[in-house]
Ligand binder design. Structure first.
Ligand SMILES: CC(C)(COP(=O)(O)OP(=O)(O)OC[C@H]1O[C@@H](n2cnc3c(N)ncnc32)[C@H](O)[C@@H]1OP(=O)(O)O)[C@@H](O)C(=O)NCCC(=O)NCCS
Length: 313
């Protein structure tokens, strides 16, 4: 019997978790993978296949995915081969199958990412016409050793100047509050270096909060001036790794340079620590000087990052 290529199914997810964790810098728990597998927002186009050996062991997988709010013809793609099976043509097979299907669906542009400490994996992508668009740095704080003394008084001095800090849970996690949080998230995301395209519409955002196992209303920290939401720092919780992830931090342009982002990030760290998480992580574009400066100040330690890649079909 030969190796077979077939669609990924739910029973593959534990083995897939094991496979991706041999490649990703940031571990991916089974719950997170199940969230992704079961999340099918309207208009999403997605297919994932696996190669299994004659004994039924999964040795590689591919994925393409397009969201309804993304630029027409743009697909996120991924190919992963188990490390001890690399260099034997499985990746090329998985890639060719994936790219042929994307082209049939009218795909025009592919995006993906690769670790920045694996030149061989980058070469695989570059040999297939991908080029580097951005460089993202990952960093982490071990919360057990976090010392918040250098930031004493930071939140209080901003409060004295009229800025309020609270979480989505503090305001009842209502639809109205989620809409305001979505609006500030969309505005600051558009200003993030390297951000392209559209931020997801409220309906998809809301549905994601309703279904994701990582969502914690207390982890959506907001800053407001009067009633206007002017900044946020959002963290997700991943139980299997007992880790928090700071997904985004942003402040509206008129309020920048007042240390509001530092205070927001400090509150995420305080929340993560009080929750009992072991670590808090973040990913940032190499050209985001203010954010990298804040991270250094807070004690985030660098980890291998990733190159974001693009290819025109
Ligand atoms: C990044 C961002 C959140 C910073 O918000 P902010 O409230 O202005 O940040 P703060 O005032 O708390 O701190 C900014 C720090 O960056 C430093 N900084 C600013 N520009 C810098 C530069 N070009 N090089 C190095 N440091 C810089 C400032 O000196 C300040 O540090 P300091 O207090 O020690 O002097 C804000 O610019 C933003 O919303 N950008 C768009 C969204 C985004 O990119 N988010 C990050 C992706 S998750």
């Amino acid at each position: 019997m030969n190796h077979t290529l077939r669609d990924l199914n739910e029973a593959d997810l534990p083995t897939l978790a094991d496979l991706v964790n041999q490649v990703y810098v940031e571990p991916m728990g089974l719950t997170q993978l199940r969230d992704w597998y079961n999340r099918r927002p309207e208009g999403q186009i997605r297919r994932s296949q696996v190669v299994v050996d004659p004994a039924g062991r999964l040795i590689g997988y591919n994925l393409f995915q397009h969201e309804a709010w993304e630029e027409e013809g743009l697909f996120y793609v991924e190919v992963i081969v188990k490390p001890d099976w690399q260099g034997r043509g499985w990746g090329s097979w998985l890639y060719d199958e994936m790219v042929t299907a994307v082209a049939t669906l009218g795909g025009k542009k592919l995006k993906g990412d690769v670790r920045d400490d694996r030149p061989d994996w980058l070469r695989f992508a570059q040999n297939r016409g991908f080029s580097i668009r951005r460089h993202w740095f990952e960093s982490v704080i071990d919360l057990g050793g976090f010392d918040e003394r250098p930031f004493t008084g930071l939140v209080e001095s901003l409060e004295a100047s009229g800025i309020r800090f609270f979480s989505l849970a503090d305001v009842g996690d209502t639809e109205e509050a989620r809409r305001e949080l979505h609006a500030v998230n969309a505005a600051v995301s558009a200003d993030t270096p390297g951000f392209e395209g559209q931020f997801m519409p409220f309906e998809a955002f809301n549905e994601m909060f309703n279904t994701a196992s990582w969502f914690r209303p207390k982890g959506q920290i907001l800053a407001a001036d009067g009633d206007e939401y002017i900044g946020l720092a959002a963290v997700s919780y991943f139980a299997e790794t007992n880790s928090m992830h700071n997904e985004i931090t942003g402040v509206l342009p008129d309020y920048r340079g007042r240390k509001i982002a530092q205070a927001l990030k400090l509150l995420t760290i305080r929340y993560a620590k009080a929750f009992g998480a072991a670590t808090i992580r973040t990913n940032n574009d190499s050209e985001n000087a203010p954010m990298l400066a804040i991270n250094r100040k807070l004690g985030y330690k660098p980890r291998p990052g990733k190159y974001l890649l693009h290819k025109q079909l």
